[in-house]
Design a protein. Structure first.
Length: 417
């Protein structure tokens, strides 16, 4: 092993931070180590991380094993107790160059075995460490970290800390550099994207950042948002959706459920009617817009009637891309102490939601046949429309370019041009 081995679990933000850690480790001269960047979103995520640690330790005998990420932040002693683990470092520490400088000379020396501080004391985010990551065509840029909300099923605020924003000028400079390097699309990412700006002077809304990026980086062909909370969308962002063709007509919404009582028990800040009204208004402003959403199946106390309200929400909002999560209790969250739905019922409901999601996707894809789309090529024969549908080609196309193409047919989960 002449370079560190990195393994990433969980979200896009973790993947972004792994890219930054790779640069930090290289700069510190860290030549040999296994680094596992963990996720804490469910108990299953922690189990998978532990399994991965054991596997990587077997495959890299003698290599120091560093564990970081949200699970390491939330339960550091769990990983410190594993005989395979050499060091446990927190989410703030992993983005600090000084941490890697301390680790590099002697991982089995005098450095403390657990380097995890109080994440709630962190007031800044290290979004400036790298310009972005992704394919050769699309780059993800972190603009925000942490979350001020306390949904009853979610441990992430205790892994990520409170919400903090990357200043607009830093974001714009990063995106300029990415465009200069040939990226055709930038995706803004964070833990709670629509809270961007609340901690900055003047508390600018996300919509102001979006409009500023599009104004100050005129050569950026496409700007896309990752998951957003629809109840927090500001008027400036709605105006951008309506008037900015370079802002992609695809939003992934953190909806979680379609039943109002369950939403209250989740401590969400919206009701089902709010979600439906948002989708209707966004579609009125941008008729070609598509929506994805996160939906949890089998949340504690969920009755059959409550579950069916989630099915109705998918139809009422016209959701095209579903991310379905079978609920699993996360120790340390209020929901874990609520009356649980049995596992077989949860699996069955998740399957029904996924089936409906596939039907909704098929409807959307079928409606695109015969239409002209601008397709961003991610590889020689595969690209994505502005609405994020995959498109396959029978001949090679120039990678990282936006290609006008007529959709000929539907090819399973994607379009064919």
């Amino acid at each position: 092993m002449d370079a560190p081995v990195f393994s990433t679990h969980g979200c896009r933000l973790n993947a972004y931070e792994t890219e930054a850690m790779t640069e930090l480790a290289r700069a510190a001269g860290l030549e040999r180590a296994v680094v596992v960047n963990t996720c804490a979103v469910t108990a299953e995520a922690v189990r998978k991380a532990k399994k991965d640690i054991r596997r990587l330790a077997r495959e890299n005998p003698g290599a120091p094993v560093i564990v970081t990420g949200c699970a390491a932040q939330v339960e550091p002693q769990t990983f410190a107790a594993m005989p395979e683990v050499t060091r446990v470092i927190g989410n703030s520490e992993k983005m600090d160059p000084a941490t890697w400088t301390r680790l590099a000379p002697d991982l089995i020396g005098e450095t403390e075995r657990v380097l995890v501080d109080d994440i709630m004391s962190v007031r800044e985010t290290a979004g400036h460490l790298i310009d972005g990551f992704g394919t050769r065509s699309r780059a993800h840029v972190q603009i925000q970290n942490g979350c001020d909300h306390r949904c009853t099923f979610c441990i992430i605020p205790f892994g990520r800390g409170n919400s903090r924003s990357v200043p607009a000028g830093v974001v714009v400079d990063q995106i300029r550099r990415l465009v200069d390097r040939g990226y055709a699309e930038v995706v803004l990412t964070g833990v709670d994207l629509t809270s961007w700006g609340a901690d900055l002077p003047g508390a600018p809304p996300l919509g102001d950042l979006v409009r500023r990026i599009l104004r100050l980086v005129p050569d950026l062909p496409r700007l896309r948002l990752s998951s957003i909370d629809s109840i927090e969308v500001d008027p400036a962002l709605m105006e951008a959706i309506a008037t900015e063709p370079r802002l992609m007509p695809h939003l992934h919404l953190s909806l979680q459920h379609g039943d109002d009582l369950i939403l209250k028990r989740m401590k969400r800040r919206h009701l089902s009617g709010d979600a439906i009204a948002f989708c209707e208004e966004a579609r009125r402003l941008r008729p070609d817009i598509t929506f994805g959403a996160d939906i949890i199946a089998g949340f504690p106390t969920e009755t059959e009637a409550a579950f069916e309200n989630s099915l109705r929400l998918v139809e009422a909002c016209g959701l095209t891309w579903l991310h379905v999560f079978p609920y699993s209790p996360r120790p340390g969250t209020p929901a874990a102490r609520m009356p649980q739905v049995d596992a077989a019922t949860i699996r069955a409901r998740a399957a029904r939601l996924r089936s409906l999601g596939e039907e909704m996707r098929a409807r959307h894809l079928a409606a695109q046949v015969g239409l002209r789309h601008n397709v961003l090529m991610e590889s020689p024969r595969l690209g994505r429309t502005e609405q994020f549908a995959e498109v396959s080609f029978t001949t090679d196309q120039p990678e990282s370019r936006i290609i006008p193409a007529t959709i000929r047919s539907v090819d399973g989960p994607r379009l064919a041009a």
